[in-house]
Design a protein around this ligand. Structure first.
Ligand code: PMT
Length: 369
């Protein structure tokens, strides 16, 4: 490595150790994929939740990336509903499909249960579900049981950014045999900086010596090798999170230009639950595939007060060609009050749109497929 603070993906994997469970995880994924391939299902990898960056080898302190895992867990449910098999790779203890409806912080499960007083004379009391909660619970439970019976959900966990990168590479490589029938939906919030193992303190960093100075290295942008080496013609969807709305479209276009994948979904922190933008190369417009009548409606909103990101913009010191024409944007927006009340989830419309695009991608495969 000429410059130790800039890791290529190759030098990263050559110097940072794999998580101890990697081999076992890979065997599980391989078995799952071959079963789904036999049954002719498309498979989507959903990454979800934030990665941590430990500061010590015996870790007491770490930096974390913001993400509850809502986007990933919710999206996974809609993919399953659409008949996809899902590899759900998520941050340990972040939200998961189905159980997310009963998160301990927003909807504690114990509040749904009642002790049946009529049975209290027996040695064992009965437990009932509060009648008003039954319809929703029954719906979630039915879907959950069906998915388990069909074996279409495979779950993997990560904690650190190192776990995430090793797993992402291994799972992508395993999925590459599916070629265009594979989709990669990268909703995890991945750390941009990390502390290489070689620079970590073994024990808890001691206080009492004034302020703490830590120099972190940049995490390699793994989307590049993912597109070029790890996957073969898979349909790759990355996310771009910004807090400055004016950067959203230019940065999404820049990512497409740099990595050459299929879609970037831009979301801004405060409106992410009711508004996102899909940015894609104009050449991948799925105009040839018509939307089925039952497809939930998604709105291509002509938001006149939003930036269109047209022109050249300097980002991270690099002049990005963000010329309109080369890329197209589709805004998806739902009523904020419906999103806030949980009556409508924007992921339903995101997934519906991606299914159409993935279908179009599969149909456009060279005949050699
Ligand atoms: O879980 P929620 O609370 O619902 O929040 C969802 C979300 C806001 C976290 C999600 O919608 C989202 O935007 N996720 C991506 C956030 C992010 O990490 O953005 P980024 O700009 O750092 O990364 C952009 C893309 O590059 C990502 O798809 C990532 O997979 C990829 N990446 C990131 C780091 C890295 N070293 N290599 C990468 O390839």
């Amino acid at each position: 490595m000429s410059n130790p603070s800039v890791f290529s993906a190759e030098s990263y994997f050559a110097t940072q150790p794999p998580p101890p469970t990697l081999q076992t995880d890979v065997i599980g994924v391989r078995t799952f994929i071959s079963k789904q391939a036999e049954q002719g299902r498309k498979v989507v990898l959903v990454t979800s939740g934030g990665t941590t960056v430990p500061l010590e080898l015996n870790v007491v302190r770490f930096l974390d990336n913001f993400s509850a895992g809502t986007r990933g867990a919710t999206s996974a449910e809609y993919f399953l509903k659409a008949g996809y098999a899902v590899i759900f790779m998520h941050r340990q203890f972040s939200l998961q499909p189905f159980s997310r409806h009963y998160s301990h912080s927003t909807n504690p499960f114990l509040d749904f249960l009642e002790i049946d007083s009529t049975s209290s004379r027996n040695a064992t009391s009965e437990i009932n579900v509060t009648p008003s909660k039954r319809p929703d619970l029954l719906q979630v439970l039915t879907a959950y049981k069906a998915v388990h019976a069909e074996g279409t959900l495979h779950t993997l966990t990560f904690v650190t950014v190192n776990d995430y990168l090793w797993l992402l590479r291994a799972v992508s490589q395993e999925m590459s045999i599916l070629r265009r029938n594979a989709m990669y939906y990268l909703a995890a919030a991945v750390s941009d900086f990390f502390l290489p193992r070689q620079k970590m303190s073994e024990h808890k960093i001691q206080s009492g010596k004034g302020s703490l100075h830590i120099e972190m290295d940049q995490v390699p942008k793994v989307l590049k090798p993912m597109v070029a080496e790890w996957t073969r013609e898979g349909y790759i969807v990355s996310f771009k999170l910004e807090t400055d709305l004016s950067l959203l479209i230019p940065k999404a276009r820049q990512a497409l230009q740099r990595y050459g994948h299929q879609v970037v979904i831009g979301n801004d922190l405060h409106h992410r639950k009711h508004r996102v933008v899909l940015v894609y190369p104009s050449s991948l417009s799925p105009t040839s595939i018509s939307s089925p009548a039952s497809t939930p409606c998604f709105n291509h909103v002509p938001l006149s007060n939003l930036p269109d990101g047209t022109g050249s913009v300097e980002i991270d010191g690099i002049l990005a060609d963000t010329s309109a024409g080369q890329y197209t944007e589709s805004w998806i927006e739902i009523d904020p009050s419906l999103a806030a009340s949980g009556t409508k989830e924007i992921e339903e419309d995101i997934i519906s749109e991606l299914l159409r695009r993935h279908q179009s991608w599969v149909a456009a495969a060279p005949s050699a497929q």
